[in-house]
Ligand binder design. Structure first.
Ligand code: ACM
Ligand code: ZN
Length: 523
């Protein structure tokens, strides 16, 4: 097999193909140790579901058996020290996956899966003998943050739909699932101390029927479509999803969006607003003027109590607190907000949000956590350990943040917002997006933690549309997250994508096909 025929996404950093092949069959044995036994079990399950091949695992790395084996092991040598790195060596008598950490071994397995001959997937080979081409791969990621965000506020996605997303992320070596859990149109996480958040806040009576533009429906004049939307995750559901993600080396970063995008929460607890309400869970999209009142202490009590339950469930050190699109109109006319500005000597309404953000950041820091927020949280007075999640507008301010030695995750709207139609963000645009801004001096490059694709779901009502919008653009973004900048090549990517699509067919993913990109507007 020539190198050209190997088709792996993300493309490994170093790959060389060799003569010959390993024959995977019923007698193949997985050899590993206790530390990696759960990963070995996953490999076993993958081979069973992909090929119909059921092989045994032996927890013994000292064994003399060295023929027809798949060895999974961790070592402490310098070569393997790069975080998440692995080596995968396929020779005629064995496959060896070696890393310094279990996640490296896991990624080696993901690469090995893509060496399985395509014609064998789906368990059609009754001889149960499969050729894996001999190859030497040394591989490691470019970025430590390789993310995907799913908005479940606008439309709810079930646990099993989320699990499928996590499976696909793992296959692409993505490692951060940003779970956007609260919105104007729906609060989707059970909080025991505030049951109305889900009793009231997780349900809306419908959605504006005209989806043409956010602006045209601002005054609620457009009729509703009459289709109620509801749903939320219990804390037990979330624990199950976190477990599922953890087994796939994915950290779930929960986002509770404060102080804007909180209409659903205010419908449940209107006393947290400046005006007192009443409010309804929103049935339209766009920026909403109702926000948390920053003048009232009970808002801080609420936010901290909610976050207490969140950090009990989510082990992630990093918690996303939103912070985008919070208009100041209500704060300007609120006596409590004005008193806060005066008493805290904030100078103007412009500094109310940073006051809020810093109090929440301090609180979470006291619990061993760190915040990330959308780039609207940036302010001269922002706490230094707050991570900036860039999405739009003020790149200059984001560069300054990085130059102060502070961290950034990049989600440039015009490249990685997967809700946009392919006409507006073509696959090539997503692929060629470079997360480290040109203007940023090399000494600050490590402040760019990585790249994250975002899928907002105003107009994504079901799993089929979710998959169509995300794939193949998420595949392109996963490659940017992993491979060195100078290895990126859209031409070879497109070629490899043809092979990858066969995997998507096997996983029953409703991806957008090349011939559809230009003719179908996803709206
Ligand atoms: C955002 O797209 N409002 C972060
Ligand atoms: Zn107020």
């Amino acid at each position: 097999m020539t190198l050209k025929e190997l088709s792996i996404i993300p493309e490994p950093v170093n790959i060389s193909s060799k003569e010959g092949a390993f024959t995977l069959n019923k007698k193949t044995l997985i050899l590993t140790d206790l530390k990696l036994i759960a990963i070995a079990e996953q490999l076993k399950q993958v081979l069973l579901s992909t090929l119909g091949l059921n092989i045994a695992i032996k927890e013994d790395l000292q064994t003399k058996e060295s023929n027809n084996v798949i060895i999974l092991k961790t070592v402490n040598n310098e070569k393997q020290l790069k975080h998440e790195s692995y080596s995968l060596i396929v020779s005629q008598d064995r496959i060896e996956i070696v890393a310094s950490t279990p996640n490296g071994v896991f990624y080696g397995i993901q690469t090995m899966r893509q060496l399985i001959p395509l014609e064998a997937i789906g368990g059609k080979n009754i001889n149960l003998e499969f050729s894996i081409p001999c190859v030497v791969i040394e591989d490691y990621p470019r970025f430590k943050w390789r993310g995907f965000m799913l908005d479940v506020g606008r439309h709810f996605f079930t646990k099993s739909e989320v699990k499928k997303v996590l499976d696909l992320m793992a296959f692409l070596k993505l490692n951060k699932f940003h779970f956007h859990l609260t919105e104007d149109q729906g609060w989707r996480v059970e909080i025991k101390k505030y049951p109305l958040l889900t009793e009231i806040g997780s349900k809306r009576e419908g959605t504006i029927a005209s989806q043409g533009s956010f602006r045209s429906n601002r005054k609620n004049k457009v009729p509703l479509d009459g289709v109620p939307v509801s749903g939320y995750y219990t804390q037990q559901d979330l624990i199950e999803l976190i477990q599922y993600a953890t087994e796939r080396f994915i950290t779930i970063i929960p986002e509770l969006d404060f102080p804007g995008h909180t209409t659903a929460a205010l419908a449940a607890y209107p006393e947290l607003s400046c005006t007192g309400g009443p409010f309804k869970v929103s049935t339209r999209f766009g920026i909403h003027k109702e926000v948390l009142c920053i003048g009232k202490e009970k808002v801080f009590e609420f936010t901290q109590n909610v976050l207490n339950e969140i950090i009990e469930i989510f082990p992630s050190k990093i918690i996303h607190i939103g912070g985008d699109e919070a208009p100041k109109k209500r704060w300007k006319n609120c006596l409590d907000c004005q008193a806060r500005i005066k008493n805290e000597e904030l100078g103007s309404v412009e500094n109310l949000q940073v006051y809020f953000t810093n109090r929440i950041a301090d609180y979470l820091e006291s619990k061993g956590k760190q915040i990330i927020g959308w780039n609207e949280i940036l302010n001269d007075k922002l706490n230094e350990n707050a991570i900036c999640h860039y999405w739009t507008a003020n790149l200059k301010q984001v560069l300054e943040h990085a130059r102060l030695g502070r961290e950034v995750v990049m989600s440039e709207m015009s490249a990685v917002y997967l809700n946009y139609p392919y006409k507006i963000i073509p696959l090539e645009r997503s692929y060629n997006y470079e997360p480290i801004p040109n203007e940023l001096e090399a000494k600050y490059h490590d402040k760019i933690l990585g790249i994250e694709a975002c899928l907002w779901t105003e107009f994504v009502k079901n799993k089929k549309t979710l998959e169509w919008q995300a794939f193949p653009r998420l595949i392109a973004i996963a490659e940017t997250g992993w491979i060195p900048k100078n290895k990126k090549n859209f031409k070879t990517f497109q070629k490899r994508l043809e092979t990858f699509n066969k995997w998507l067919d096997f996983f029953k993913v409703s991806y957008a096909k090349k011939e559809e990109f230009d003719i179908i507007n996803s709206n």
